[in-house]
Design a binder for this molecule. Structure first.
Ligand code: FUL
Length: 650
C-alpha cells in the first residue's frame, strides 16, 4: 500500500514507453505513510515552558504552587513567528513536564493554569500556541511527561487512567497534533500529592500498547516518539526513537531501521525488521528551560548548523529547543541566533547547484530513462528516483555542467518508500582530467549531508559502492556553504561567570581515591576528578570537599561540572552547599538536585537565594545517579569579586 503511489506514478510514466520497467521491489522494512511525512519535517522546535521557567529549575519537584506560573507578556504569535522565521517546520510544547503542572486547563487536575494568576486562571497556553501555529502555517505537537511528581497516584493504576484522559484531551481539543513526545525519565522521588518519597514504576506500567492505540484512534497521523515496550521477547517500536544524546547529534552512520529482537540502539540497526528513525534533541541553551543566567550561553548560528549536519544530515530529524522566558516570549538573544541560523541555512541550501546539470548513469533500470533515469536526481522531488536493474547493485550516475560549479556540500536522499537500500557510497569530482574522491560514507536514508572542502569542477559522480539490492536514489544536490556573518549570537555553550581559582586550595576531603586531596576538582581540567572509588572499594555518598578560596568573596552561586568522560558512575545528582569564614563552622547556603544530569551531563550552576560573603565553601555530594561513589570533574564559584582587603580575611 505504501509504495502504491510510487508504483502508480511509475506505471503512468511507463504506459507510453516501449519497454515497461517495473519499480524495484522494496528492500527490508519500509516507512509508513505517517513516517514518510515525518521525515519531510526534518527540523522543528521544542518549547519547554512551565513553572520551571519561574522557579529557575530544570525539574520541578511537584510541589510548586500554581501561583508561580505568571508570564508577564505571553505572546504565542511571537513564539510561533520566531520558530517559523527560523525555518523550522513545527513545534512540540511541554503540555506537562515531570513536575505535573498543566499549561492547559485540564479537567482532571487542579494543578494547572486554571489556578494560576495568569489571565485570572482563564488562560490556556496550548490553545493560544496551537492557534498561532495554524496562523503561521507550522505544525503543532505536544510533550506529555509520563513521570508526574505531583500526582498522588503516580506509580499506581489510577495515574495511568489519568494520563490517558489527558492524552484524550490533548488530541481532541487542539486540532491536528503531528507528534507526541514521551520522555524517558521515569519514577524517582517527588511530592506525590504530599506523600513525598520515591516511587518505582512496575514493568509495562504505562500500558503503552493501550496509549498508542488510543493515539492511533484519535489522530492516526500523529507520530509517536518513543513509548516503546517489550512484548514477550520483542521490543515494540513506534514512529521514531531517541537519537541517544541531548546534544542533538546522532551517530555518523545512522540507520532508519531498528530490530525488535535487539531493541533500541543508537544509530539504528542495519537490516532491522521495522522502520524506526532517530530524532535528535538539543536546546539552544545549556538547559531545557529558560534561565536568565544562561542568556550569554545561547548557541551560535554556526553551532546550530553543525548540529543540523550531524542530525538531519545523517537521516534523523532534529528537535531544537527554544524556551520562552518569564515574559512568555523568546528572548532577544535566542531570536538573534535563530535569525543568523536561518541566514546560513538559506544562504547554503537556497541554491541547489546540481539543478540544470546533464545527468547520465552507468545503468538505468530497464533502460526506462523516463521513469528511472538519473534526471530524477535533480528534479527536487523525493518521489521520483534513479534506479538500476536488479542485477546491478553498484551503478554510478554523473552530473555534467556547461560551466564549472563550486560547491562544498553534497546532499543525497534515498527513495525511502522502497526501504533503506544502500550500504556504501562515494562522490567524485573531475579534476585535471581524472576523477578525484570528494567524500565517501555508509548509509543514506532520507537525507545524507556531507561537508567537504570547496571544489570547482564540471563533473560530479555518485558511486554506489556496496548495496544488497539495486539502489533507488531520489535526490543528489550540491551546495556551497554560506559564510557566517560573524557575531551572530551572544555566546557559546560553556561560558560561565566563575571566578579565578588561582588562589584556591583544598583544605580537606572526606576521601579522594586519586590521592590528590580533591585537587582534581579545582584545577580547571575537566579530565581530572575528585573521586571516591579506590582500589579497596567505593566510598558512598555523603562525601565532602572543603575549599579555601584564599580571600573573602561575595558568593552568588556555585557550579559543578559532572565527569565528562561519558561514564555515569558517581555523577552527583543531590548536593548540599555550605559557606563559612573559618573552614570549620558552616551555614548552609543551598541544597537541591542536579536535574536531568544523566541525559544531559552539562555544567550545573546554582544561584544562591542571597549572595553571601565567605572565604571557605564546603560541597557535599549526598546522592549519585549510579554506583556507590562520588566523581566530580570541577567545582566553581560565581561571585562579584575577590576582595583583597586584609581585614576581610581571617
Ligand atoms: C529529558 C527531560 O528529563 C528533560 O527535562 C527535557 O524535557 C528533555 C527534552 O528530556 O529527558
Amino acid at each position: 500500500m505504501r509504495t502504491m503511489l510510487a508504483f502508480i506514478a511509475a506505471a503512468a510514466a511507463l504506459s507510453s514507453a516501449a519497454t515497461a520497467a517495473t519499480p524495484p521491489k522494496p528492500y527490508g522494512a519500509v516507512p509508513t505513510a505517517r513516517q514518510v511525512k515525518w521525515h519531510e519535517m526534518e527540523l522543528y522546535a521544542f518549547v519547554h515552558f512551565t513553572t520551571n521557567t519561574f522557579t529557575d529549575k530544570e525539574w520541578g519537584f511537584g510541589d510548586e504552587k500554581e501561583s508561580v506560573f505568571n508570564p508577564t507578556a505571553f505572546d504565542a504569535d511571537q513564539i510561533t513567528r520566531t520558530v517559523k522565521e527560523a525555518g523550522l517546520s513545527g513545534l512540540i510544547i511541554t503540555a506537562k513536564h515531570h513536575d505535573g503542572f498543566c499549561i492547559w486547563p485540564s479537567k482532571y487536575t487542579t494543578h494547572s493554569v486554571k489556578n494560576s494568576p495568569w489571565k485570572n486562571g482563564k488562560g490556556d497556553v496550548l490553545k493560544e500556541v496551537s492557534e498561532a501555529c495554524k496562523r503561521q502555517g507550522i505544525k503543532f505537537g505536544v510533550y506529555l511527561s509520563p513521570w508526574d511528581r505531583n500526582h498522588a497516584e503516580y506509580g499506581r493504576p489510577a495515574y495511568v487512567a489519568y494520563y490517558k484522559n489527558q492524552i484524550r484531551e490533548l488530541l481532541t481539543n487542539y486540532g491536528p497534533v503531528f507528534e507526541m513526545w514521551f520522555d524517558g525519565a521515569n519514577g524517582g522521588d517527588g511530592w506525590y500529592g504530599g506523600a513525598k518519597g520515591t516511587r518505582k514504576i512496575p514493568e509495562n506500567y504505562y500500558d503503552w500498547k493501550g496509549v498508542v492505540s488510543l493515539i492511533r484512534q484519535l489522530q492516526p497521523d500523529c507520530a509517536v516518539w518513543c513509548a516503546e515496550w517489550k512484548d514477550g521477547k520483542r521490543f515494540m517500536f513506534n514512529d521514531a526513537i531517541w537519537g541517544g544524546s541531548e546534544q542533538g547529534h546522532v551517530p555518523e552512520v545512522c540507520w532508519s531501521t531498528a530490530s525488535t529482537a535487539l531493541g533500541p540502539k543508537r544509530g539504528g540497526t542495519r537490516g532491522g525488521d521495522v522502520w524506526c528513525p532517530s530524532e535528535g534533541d538539543v536546546s539552544i541553551r545549556p538547559g531545557w528551560f529558560y534561565h536568565a543566567g544562561q542568556d550569554r550561553q545561547v548557541k551560535s548560528p554556526e553551532k546550530l548548523m553543525q548540529i543540523y549536519f550531524e542530525s538531519v544530515g545523517r537521516g534523523a530529524n532534529l528537535i531544537l529547543n527554544i524556551p520562552p522566558d518569564r515574559r512568555g516570549i523568546v528572548h532577544e538573544n535566542d531570536v538573534k541566533a535563530l535569525r543568523g541560523f536561518r541566514k546560513l541555512m538559506d544562504g547554503t541550501f537556497g541554491n541547489d547547484l546540481a539543478k540544470g546539470a546533464a545527468a547520465t548513469a552507468s545503468n538505468i533500470r530497464g533502460k526506462d530513462a523516463k521513469s528511472f533515469g538519473p534526471q530524477n536526481l535533480t528534479d527536487g522531488s523525493r518521489d521520483s528516483y534513479w534506479a538500476s536493474d536488479d542485477a546491478v547493485a553498484t551503478p554510478d550516475a554523473t552530473l555534467e555542467f556547461k560551466a564549472p560549479v563550486t560547491f562544498s556540500i553534497v546532499r543525497i536522499r534515498e527513495a525511502i518508500r522502497l526501504g533503506q537500500r544502500v550500504d556504501d557510497w562515494a562522490v567524485d569530482t573531475w579534476q585535471d582530467g581524472e576523477w578525484k574522491e570528494f567524500a565517501k560514507g555508509t548509509a543514506i536514508g532520507a537525507c545524507r549531508l556531507v561537508r567537504g572542502g570547496m571544489v570547482t569542477t564540471t563533473k560530479v559522480r555518485l558511486r554506489i559502492t556496496k548495496s544488497p539490492v539495486c539502489p533507488a536514489i531520489a535526490e543528489f544536490g550540491l551546495f556551497l556553504e554560506a559564510k557566517p556573518a560573524g557575531g551572530g549570537s551572544a555566546g557559546e555553550t560553556g561560558a560561565t561567570d566563575s571566578i579565578s581559582k588561582a588562589k584556591w586550595k583544598v583544605l580537606s576531603t572526606s576521601f579522594d581515591a586519586t590521592g590528590k586531596n580533591g585537587a582534581g576538582a579545582i584545577d580547571g581540567n575537566p579530565e581530572t576528578m575528585w573521586q571516591t572509588h579506590g582500589d579497596d572499594g567505593e566510598r558512598p555518598p555523603p562525601q565532602e570537599i572543603v575549599v579555601d578560596m584564599g580571600g573573602t568573596v561575595n558568593v552568588k552561586g556555585f557550579s559543578c561540572l559532572p565527569r565528562q568522560d561519558g561514564c555515569p558512575h558517581g555523577i552527583v545528582d543531590k548536593y548540599e552547599f555550605y559557606l563559612g569564614d573559618d573552614g570549620r563552622t558552616w551555614s548552609k547556603a543551598a541544597e537541591g538536585e542536579f536535574a536531568n544530569i544523566r541525559a544531559n551531563p552539562i555544567l550545573q550552576t546554582v544561584a544562591l537565594a542571597m549572595p553571601k560573603k565567605a572565604r571557605y565553601f564546603k560541597f557535599v555530594a549526598t546522592h549519585v545517579i549510579e554506583k556507590n561513589h562520588v566523581a566530580v570533574a570541577e567545582l566553581g564559584i560565581i561571585a562579584d569579586s575577590v576582595q583583597t582587603n586584609k581585614g576581610a580575611e581571617k
